[in-house]
Write a protein that binds this ligand. Structure first.
Ligand code: XMP
Length: 326
């Protein structure tokens, strides 16, 4: 029978066999998947693991600080943070096509880890040749949706599967590759990962980069971050975090509509709210949020977020729409 404990034992043995005495680095994103993958590898090989947190500049407000707090202090795992936001912004300049964005973000992620190796070598005292493995929190649905599963169509290239560069220098350790999210959460709890992390809603690796419809720029990221923070604050205040699976907040940067704000006409961008209910992200329904919560989010966003004069609600299930807009 499959229990969290038996999956952990099996994966720990498998990781030890794969890794041996080598050093391992982990692509920490702050999400449930990479945290649980890191906790599993930490259980298997302890101090041979160093986590690297890439700040790609596509994070939500407060995320970097939270990750540093939760892992380093909360879980006793070694975490090195690298600020690569300029690298990602430069690579994404002029790009609007979703698959191209995803591939660029995936590629720059891996490049960032390679660059971060120097930091690991300095801080851990390992040689470059000893760092052979990269942990990723790839789940079964990621594999299927990237065309890796049997008979699966290639729907989107998830950054941690399809977007890998050909000159990848690491062997991958992917202990969650056969699991669904609820199983990953159960394993995380069994491993003692803080509830705060285990219960966290999914957030895609490419971050806000795939929630700006159009080119990604620093100004647009700031607009989206402000709107996203308001939506998250109101959903949490209304006690809805456990009701919804996740609520992407999307900036339609290439769309403008007319508004009237203060005593003048505006020509601003719409923000889309995409609250969904789901079991495993393979299918989803739109969450029927209370009207008063929607009203508060809309009022606060249009009152305080520059350049946004309209808030719209996405009422589409998956299928036909995916959860993310790109
Ligand atoms: P879609 O949009 O395909 O999303 O319905 C399904 C789930 O996957 C998340 N997602 C990603 N997670 N890397 C990730 O780690 C990605 O590239 C990626 N794209 C989508 C999405 O937030 C949802 O939970």
């Amino acid at each position: 029978t499959w229990t969290p404990g038996s999956i952990i034992d099996e994966q720990v043995a498998r990781i030890r066999e794969q890794v041996g005495e080598a050093h391992v680095i982990c692509a920490l994103s702050g999400g449930v998947d990479s945290s649980v993958a890191a906790a599993l590898v930490h259980k298997a090989v302890g101090d041979q693991l160093t986590c690297i947190f890439v700040d790609h500049g596509l994070l939500r407000a407060g995320e970097r600080e939270q990750v540093e707090e939760d892992y380093a202090k909360g879980m006793g795992i070694r975490v090195i943070t690298v600020d690569e936001s300029e690298r990602f912004l430069t690579a994404l300049a002029g790009v609007s096509e979703p698959e191209e964005k995803r591939k660029i973000i995936g590629r720059e992620f891996i490049r960032s880890f390679e660059a971060a190796q120097r930091r690991v070598i300095e801080e851990v005292g390992a040689t470059g040749a000893e760092i052979k493995f990269l942990v990723q929190g790839t789940l079964y649905p990621d594999v299927v949706e990237s065309g890796g599963g049997e008979g699966a169509a290639n729907i989107k290239s998830h950054h941690n599967v399809g977007g890998l560069p050909e000159d990848l220098k690491f062997d991958l350790v992917e202990p969650l590759r056969t699991l669904f999210k609820d199983e990953v959460r159960a394993i995380g709890r069994e491993l003692g990962v803080p509830e705060k992390i285990v219960a966290r809603q999914p957030f895609p690796g490419p971050g806000l980069g795939i929630r700006i419809i159009g080119e990604v720029t620093k100004e647009r990221l700031d607009i989206l971050r402000a709107a996203d923070l308001i939506a998250r604050e109101e959903l949490t205040a209304a006690g809805l975090d456990e009701t919804i699976w996740q609520c992407p907040v999307v900036l339609l940067a290439d769309v403008r509509s007319v508004g009237v704000q203060g005593d003048g006409r505006t020509y601003g961008h719409p923000i889309v709210l995409r609250p969904v209910s789901s079991e495993d992200a393979m299918t989803a329904d739109w969450t029927r949020l209370p009207y008063d919560v929607l009203a508060r989010i809309s009022t606060r966003i249009t009152n305080s977020v520059e350049d946004v004069n309209r808030v719209v609600l996405d009422v589409t299930s998956k299928p036909p729409a995916t959860i993310e807009w790109e």
